[in-house]
Write a protein that binds this ligand. Structure first.
Ligand SMILES: O=C(O)[C@H]1O[C@H](OP(=O)(O)OP(=O)(O)OC[C@H]2O[C@@H](n3ccc(=O)[nH]c3=O)[C@H](O)[C@@H]2O)[C@H](O)[C@@H](O)[C@H]1O
Length: 445
């Protein structure tokens, strides 16, 4: 392993950002012990992923149908190739050609739409898993299809598929958003986090490192990496070696893995630490979404509280702001430097917080929802379960402001208003205690 993943403890990397001409110290050497710890965690998790729970290899059963895991996924064949190539076409001079993984996911859909709108070529990739209602993912896919964005039905762990895509399309960028999300679900299904967030990330980096040209990569890390850090607001140089959940640990390990691929292969990699992203077409497993459903159906909601009945708080960040941050990261990403799997020179390695900078407590979130829904919630205040939650998050976004021109501008009241409007039109509900269901089934999660 030493040969494959040489560690660079305590390395201080100075990165130059050519877009705004700034130099910033992005990886501080605040403790080589911590660095060694994270390199160790990531290597251990990678071993675990590859030798214990890696998904079954793709089996070719014919051009149009291949199996991955226990799901039949359709890819290959001349019609499919035509769709991929058509979707990858740019409509502006020097447009990017972006592979968006997790394109049928919440953030993936919005980023894909924004890229397509400005004339970039976009090819999506998604395995449409059933972590939450897949019909919502299919609805997002419909949205994308209307804008001529094609989503390949496939898994990021499928190296054969990735190699095929890179052989067909010279992707300039990869926006890697495919992941197992959710902080608390990690206790129920830990293997899915290692499979998607560790093995999937490595499979993707392997494909990118071998691609010619190598793309620049922007990927989703998470605010959860700050874990039990109590220094606020969280800034990129703060401690991230106290994860409170396996989800957080896999994201932090992903950052260490990114460092190693950057170091060895010259991949240009930018990690974005998203802070509790919400908005239209959002994730039904998140509190603002499930609270909305339950409030409308007259069901009680559980509001978690910390020690001494303190309120929990989150730096809730609206999707449109996040999309701008993602595009800013893609636009300022420098080229990868490797070819044929060999590094030719130092490459860019960055990490940014993308938050809103103004935390709101969970009871306040609920009271905003009550106003927009015009329904009183039935609230149970319960002790925060010991399942990976952290008491609060609060982003310092100075770095992203300076280097990505990231400027979050949507407060929670305004953002939730837009979410509720979408929710009511999507599910065909009218406000009211029971909420009448008109158009779509609401999953019973
Ligand atoms: O920024 C991140 O990195 C993560 O953000 C999101 O995680 P969280 O910030 O935990 O969001 P979310 O579940 O909506 O809970 C919000 C609040 O409601 C509280 N909460 C939750 C459920 C409940 O029943 N009651 C309750 O009080 C709960 O205790 C919390 O205080 C993403 O899901 C995750 O994938 C990751 O991206």
């Amino acid at each position: 392993m030493q040969d494959v993943f040489p560690s660079t403890p305590g390395k201080v990397k100075m990165e130059r950002n050519n877009y705004f001409g700034r130099v910033s110290n992005r990886w501080h050497s605040s403790g080589s012990g911590r660095y060694f710890f994270w390199m160790f965690v990531s290597v251990a998790l990678m071993f675990y992923a590859f030798f214990h729970i890696s998904a079954p290899p793709a089996v070719q059963t014919g051009l149009e149908s291949r199996h991955f895991g226990n799901r039949a996924l359709a890819w290959g064949g001349s019609k499919w190739e035509k769709q991929v190539r058509h979707s990858a076409r740019t409509k502006r001079e020097n447009g990017m050609v972006v592979l968006v993984t997790g394109a049928a996911g919440f953030v993936g859909t919005h980023v894909s739409l924004a890229l397509k709108k400005r004339g970039d070529g976009v090819v999506g990739l998604d395995n449409f898993n059933s972590y939450y209602d897949p019909s919502l993912k299919r609805a997002r896919q419909e949205l994308l299809e209307k804008q001529s964005v094609f989503i390949v039905d496939g898994d990021v762990n499928n190296s054969e598929l990735l190699a095929k895509l890179f052989s067909m399309v010279p992707f300039t960028h990869v926006m890697h958003l495919a992941a197992q999300a959710g902080v608390r679900y990690a206790m129920q299904n830990p293997a899915s986090y290692v499979n998607s967030n560790i093995a999937g990330l490595v499979t993707l980096f392997e494909a990118c490192k071998s691609a010619n040209p190598q793309p620049s990569i922007v990927w989703a890390s998470s605010s959860s990496v700050y874990g039990l850090n109590s220094k606020v607001p969280f800034s990129e140089v703060d401690r991230t070696d106290q994860p409170a959940s396996l989800y957080a640990a896999t994201k932090k390990a992903g950052e260490a893995i990114a460092h190693s691929y950057n170091h060895i292969y010259g991949l240009s990699i930018t990690g974005l630490r998203f802070f509790t992203v919400y908005g239209p077409y959002g994730r039904p497993d998140m509190a603002y979404f499930s609270f909305t459903k339950d409030i409308l159906q007259g069901k009680p909601i559980n509001i978690y509280q910390g020690p001494d009945q303190t309120d929990l708080a989150r730096d809730f960040t609206y999707i449109d702001d996040i999309v701008k941050g993602c595009l800013g990261a893609l636009d300022t990403a420098l080229l990868s430097t490797g070819t044929g799997g060999k590094k030719r020179g130092p490459a860019q390695l960055r990490v940014y917080n993308l938050g809103n900078t103004s935390p709101v407590t969970v009871p306040e979130l609920v009271s905003i929802l009550e106003k927009h829904l015009k329904v009183k919630a039935k609230k149970n205040f319960v002790k925060m379960p010991r399942n990976g939650d952290v008491p609060f998050t609060h982003a310092n976004v100075t770095l992203a402001r300076n280097e990505l021109r990231y400027n979050p501008s949507t407060d929670l009241y305004t953002g939730l208003k837009k979410f509720v409007k979408w929710y009511e039109s999507y599910y065909g509900l009218t406000s009211g205690l029971s909420g009448s269901r008109k158009n779509r089934a609401i999953e019973s999660s």
